[in-house]
Ligand binder design. Structure first.
Ligand code: KG4
Ligand code: ZN
Length: 350
């Protein structure tokens, strides 16, 4: 691998939840390695992520995954131009493992350190595969922890248009899956079941939050599905799981799709990006694409492996921060409740 002095070659780490991930990314888009060690099988036994187990596993795995990522890239630590890490939001113990490791490596190898906001990582997964996207863009970030509609006017320039007031979309998928007796994580399981079901079989609410609102709420929908399941159980009736899955998914997607297209139209933006774990959902991709097309809007999304948590997306986000000289120092700490507003404020300060 040859590099010149203007290249960035970033060792990026992500440990905010249940994936221990390390990648080596050149110039924000060349993926020299991308290693993800998932803990899903371990947490599945408990029906969701157990924070203490997640931190312990990250601790056991992080050095091995760093070595593997460097080996696959056929590079050494000294060849890196920067060390990047997710510092929030996420589980505090899990984040701390990545942050402490990144700081130790940056100090030992005397490399600049870059702290990345997890949401910015998800957004930048789109730039891994497509670098010539024209600003402004509208991005729908839908993950286990977030549902955000964001206007992007340049690299690192974000305007939050709306967000979930309660559960995130992925969280709602996971909770309904659990109620249907499906394993964690629920999103892919619901998507699979929904393909066999009738999306209009069970009447469920959609929370529009006002005509021009770009905010979301999924707790009412979640309660409606849980009530439906409880009532059926009390009457001794069996429910048709595929119809419940399809009806629930359609209620989520109707709101996500309509608000996202509306955000693009209202802001006169002709390109929509999808990001986050729920963006792996093929039905969401299809329905958004169809609705956007009618409004003359293009839709892009990253391949599935870059939608769910990974470190390649952190390396992509870190590249644009490196280009802007936006570095952290060794006082960088894990911030479990790091807000989206913090992303905007930090940019203003720099
Ligand atoms: O981005 P991610 O890996 O982690 C967070 O930052 O939260 O997202 C995980 C979430 C989980 O809630 C999972 O159920 C959901 O993404 N998810 C999906 C699909 N694949 C993952 N939701 C719906 N359909 C999918 N195919
Ligand atoms: Zn994530």
């Amino acid at each position: 691998m040859t590099t010149d002095e203007n290249d960035t070659v970033i060792l990026a780490m992500e440990s905010s939840c249940d994936e221990t991930a390390v990648a080596v990314i050149k110039n924000g888009h060349e993926i020299l390695s991308n290693v993800v060690s998932t803990q899903i099988a371990i947490h599945r036994r408990y029906g969701g992520v157990v924070p203490e187990i997640a931190s312990r596993k990250h601790l056991e795995l992080i050095n091995i995954v760093v070595e593997e990522a460097l080996e696959q890239a056929e590079m050494e630590l000294k060849d890196m131009t920067h060390i990047a890490v997710t510092y929030g939001p996420g589980l505090v113990g899990a984040l701390l493992v990545g942050v402490a490791t990144a700081k130790a490596l940056a100090f030992a190898a005397d490399k600049p350190l870059i702290g990345v906001h997890h949401i910015e990582g998800h957004i930048c997964a789109n730039f891994l595969v497509k670098q010539d996207l024209k600003f402004p863009l509208i991005c729908l970030v839908v993950s286990g922890g977030h549902t955000n509609l964001i206007k992007i006017t340049g690299h690192g320039q974000y305007l939050l248009l709306g967000q979930s007031k309660d559960d995130a979309a992925g969280e709602a998928y996971d909770k309904i899956a659990r109620a249907l007796g499906l394993p964690y994580p629920g999103g892919p399981q619901i998507e699979k079941l929904a393909k066999e079901g009738d999306p209009s079989a069970v009447e469920l609410p959609r929370a529009w939050m006002g005509e021009d609102s770009f905010d979301f709420s999924f707790s009412g929908l979640k309660s409606a599905v849980l009530n439906y399941l409880n009532k059926a159980a009390m009457k001794g009736e069996t429910v048709c799981a595929v119809d419940v899955a399809a009806s629930f998914q359609q209620a989520v997607l109707d709101v996500l799709v309509q608000k996202t297209v509306h955000a693009a139209v209202a802001n006169k933006v002709d390109t929509i990006l999808l990001a986050g774990g729920v963006a792996a959902n093929g039905t969401l991709r299809e329905q958004l694409q169809r609705a956007a097309e009618k409004a003359g809007i293009s839709v892009y999304y990253p391949p599935v492996q870059f939608c769910t948590d990974n470190a390649a997306m952190i390396g992509a986000a870190a590249h644009y921060k490196a280009v802007q000289g936006d570095y952290a120092d060794l006082s960088l700490n894990a911030v479990p409740n790091l807000s989206f507003e913090k992303l905007l404020l930090e940019r203003h300060e720099n």
